[in-house]
Structure formats: C-alpha cells, structure tokens
Design a binder for this molecule. Structure first.
Ligand code: SF4
Length: 446
C-alpha cells in the first residue's frame, strides 16, 4: 500500500561515536534530498532509529522505542519508521517480522541508499538493505555541511580482531581504511563548515593505513601530521584504538604534533592474562602497561581513558582483583565500564562459567567506585593550571558556556564566549565530572 513520501525527519542515534557520525551523515543525506529536520520525533514524518547492538539491553531498546512510536501515533498518520545501524545489520528481515510497523531496515554500510529506500517504502515496496558493498558508501554521500565546533570524521571501519565477546566484526564487517584524499577533503569541508576540532573515528582507528598523495604508505600518525597543517583546525583527537596497533610513530606523534590533544582512549578490558586470552585480545597485561609507560614518556600530561568488562565467563574473584590492579597502575582520567553481556553468535556466549548477575553487579560497583575516584583525582590535579578550552555549547545560566579542555574534561566558564571560540582559562575548581574555569583577561585565543 503506497503512502505519502515524508517531508520531515528525525534521526535518533544510540551507542558509539561511529553511530553518531553515521546519524549525522544520514541527516545530511535526507536534507540534500529536500527533507527538513523535524523539531522533535513526535513531529517527524520519518523516524530513523540508528541502533547499537553491543549489549543485549541496547538491542532490545529498539523494539521498545518502536512500540512507543506506534502507541503515540495511534489515531493519526503513523510516521515512516527506519531501523538503521548494527541491530539492522544483525537482525535484518527479522525486525519487520517482529515489529510490522517498521518500513525500512538499512545496515551501516548501506545507508547511502536511504533515499531510495524511503521511495520504496512510500510505494509500499519492501525496503531492506544490509549489503556490505565493495564500493564505499562515502563516495555516494553529500558534502559535509553542518557542523558545531567539534566534529567526528570516520577514517576506518570494521574490525578483524574478533574479540570473543564482540559483535562488531559481524555487524560492521572487515577492517577498511578510507582513502587519504577522501579523508583530507572531508576534513577541509568540516573546517569550512565551522569545525575547530576533528576526532578521527574507527573501530580500530589506529589500524588505519593508506597511501598518501605521493604514493607513500602511511599510518594514522601520517594522517594526523597532515591534518596538523590545515588552517582553521585547532585540535585533533582519535578513537577507538587497539593496543596492538599503537605504532612507535603514533606514540611519537603525541610528543611532537602540536594540535594532537593529550588524550588517549586505549581499552584493555580486563587485568588477567588468562581472561585476556579467553577474550582473544592478543596482548597481555605487561605489554599494555609498557605501552602506557611509553605514551606517557612521549607526552607526560596525557590523559588515559579505558574500557573494562567485568564478569567475563570464568572470571574469578582473584582475576577481577587483577583488573583493579591494572586500573590502579594506569590511573585513568576517565573510563567506561560494563557488565559482560552474552551476544548471540559470539564464541564467549557459549563459554563455560557464565557469571551470575549479582556477582557482576558487585564487581561493576567496585570497579566504578575506583574509576570515579581516579577521574575526580585527575580533575583535582588540574586545578591551578592554565589551559585552552574549546567552547561547545550554552550552559544553564545566561552567559554561561561549556567547553572541553585538552584532556577532554568538561569546563564551565562564564562571560559568554562564543560557541567555537578557544579561550584561555585558569582552572579554579574541579568536580567528579566537570571543572570550573576563569577566562584569562586579554587572552582570548584566535
Ligand atoms: S577490537 Fe574487539 S572489541 Fe573492539 S570492535 Fe574489534 S572485536 Fe570488538
């Protein structure tokens, strides 16, 4: 049955920065097709749920969101519903079977076809695309055109690591590195569109490799060095990295590239060599700690961030204590921590020794207590320093603004600097999750 082609849309992204990036690209694509951004999901004629599949709860959330949309629309024209992202890739045709209200299912490597899928759905045709085409979706996406001061730029996608608990290699496919020229062009377009800071994204961003414009093989550091020279760009970041892809030259770049921010997100996941082996992380604790030492030698004030999983199948209390020991040894500026979540189709889901939920809850609480203490300690140690803050958005009070320090801390300032301005501040106070800064008179950076 045909239906009117939607004129307005709303994209809701869940999960990681890569999904946030994909969500922005889908919005730009729909705008380029003449559709407008609705003020809210309730007013949109097309709702795109850009989903995350990393944990059970995240995947189930999609179906409850669909239920809410359908319920809200009862008695009026129901919006067209598109499910995108990693749940779309993992569950495909199962989604409209389970939720008939869904009109479109599109995977992370196929969303450049979203406009065609909207036309198919409007004509009442089946609109499902979870292909992983050889040709890159990026070539079919419109030029970047909407930016705040801080932008994401995907340079690498997919993963060949196959950690035993992770669905990403199945939902995002094999590792691919985007071509050098395409990345530089997109970076320039982002700067023209107002970005002062660019975060390079990849599931294993530090595995990026490619030939530069002179045919020389480069690693991520080579790309960072060229971005460092782009006028108008003030800051460079990258995430998410794998310990095994931290090259000597990338570590060295932290000590020599001015615009590369002193922040490194380097997941370790667990502190026991037996658990790391069962996770197929392909490195041990000692090599990880040596890596952190080398990065700190290159950039002593660097902020280290990590990812941790508690309750991996078979994890003993002693092995969990080893995770706490690694956390103490690294002393994180910030970190993400999760309970192990069995994902269908991953080797760990059928491993012996699945841990009871209450044991996982207890371990997560103890780990997060330590991580929060470390984060607060890192923030307190920044009090009394002077640094630049990139203003990103309005605060609660008139004239109040919130920005990011070089160490990716949230900093609250008054006196109304402009969004996108880099201001020099003295850090005067610190809380567990944010800092207070006083703008240094006469030192408002370019
Ligand atoms: S490195 Fe491991 S955890 Fe990270 S995306 Fe790849 S398989 Fe998943």
């Amino acid at each position: 049955m045909s239906r009117p082609t939607p004129k307005s849309f709303h994209v809701k992204s869940f999960g990681c920065q890569m999904n946030a990036y994909d969500g922005t690209r889908m919005a730009e694509l729909l705008e380029a097709e003449g559709m407008t951004v609705a003020d809210s999901a309730d007013e949109a004629e097309l709702i795109v749920l850009n989903t995350c599949h990393i944990r059970e709860k995240a995947a189930e959330k999609v179906y409850s969101d669909i239920g809410r949309i359908v319920k809200k629309a009862r008695g009026s024209q129901q919006p067209m519903i598109a499910v995108a992202g990693c749940v779309a890739q993992a569950e495909g045709a199962e989604i409209p079977r389970r939720a008939p209200a869904v009109d479109i299912v599109v995977g992370p490597q196929a969303y450049h076809n979203l406009a065609r899928l909207v036309a198919d759905a409007a004509e009442g045709r089946r609109a499902l695309d979870t292909d992983m085409p050889a040709a890159s979706k990026f070539d079919a996406l419109p030029k970047r055109r909407r930016q705040g001061p801080s932008a994401f730029l995907t340079v690498q996608e997919g993963c060949d690591k196959f950690c035993t608990y992770c669905v990403v290699p199945y939902t995002r496919g094999a590792e691919i590195s985007r071509p050098w020229a395409a990345i530089i062009d997109e970076a320039k377009a982002l700067i023209d569109a107002g970005a002062r800071e660019i975060t390079l994204l990849g599931q294993n961003v530090n595995a990026w490799t490619g030939e530069d414009d002179k045919g020389r093989l480069q690693g991520l550091d080579g790309l960072i060095r060229v971005l460092d020279g782009l006028p108008g760009l003030a800051r460079i970041r990258y995430t998410t990295s794998h310990p095994n892809d931290m090259s000597d030259s990338l570590i060295a770049a932290h000590g020599t590239v001015t615009k590369l921010m002193p922040f490194l997100h380097l997941p370790v996941q667990a502190g026991s060599d037996r658990v790391l082996k069962a996770m197929n992380r392909s490195h041990d604790v000692a090599s990880y700690l040596r890596l952190i030492e080398r990065v700190r030698a290159a950039r002593p004030d660097i902020a280290i961030s990590g990812d941790f999983i508690v309750g991996f199948p078979g994890e003993t209390e002693a092995e969990f204590e080893e995770t706490l020991a690694v956390v103490r040894a690294v002393n994180h500026a910030q970190a993400f921590s999760f309970k192990y979540s069995a994902r269908a189709g991953t080797p760990a889901a059928t491993m012996e020794g699945q841990i009871a939920a209450d044991v996982m809850d207890d371990r997560l609480q103890r780990l997060q207590a330590l991580l929060n203490e470390q984060q607060h300690g890192f923030n307190l140690a920044t009090v009394g320093t002077r640094c630049e803050v990139l203003i990103e958005r309005d605060g609660k009070r008139p004239g109040q603004r919130i920005g990011k320090s070089p160490w990716l801390q949230s900093v609250i300032v008054e006196d109304g600097p402009a969004i996108g301005e880099l201001v020099t501040v003295d850090i005067v106070a610190a809380g567990p999750n944010s800092m207070t800064g006083a703008i240094v008179a006469g030192q408002r950076a370019a």
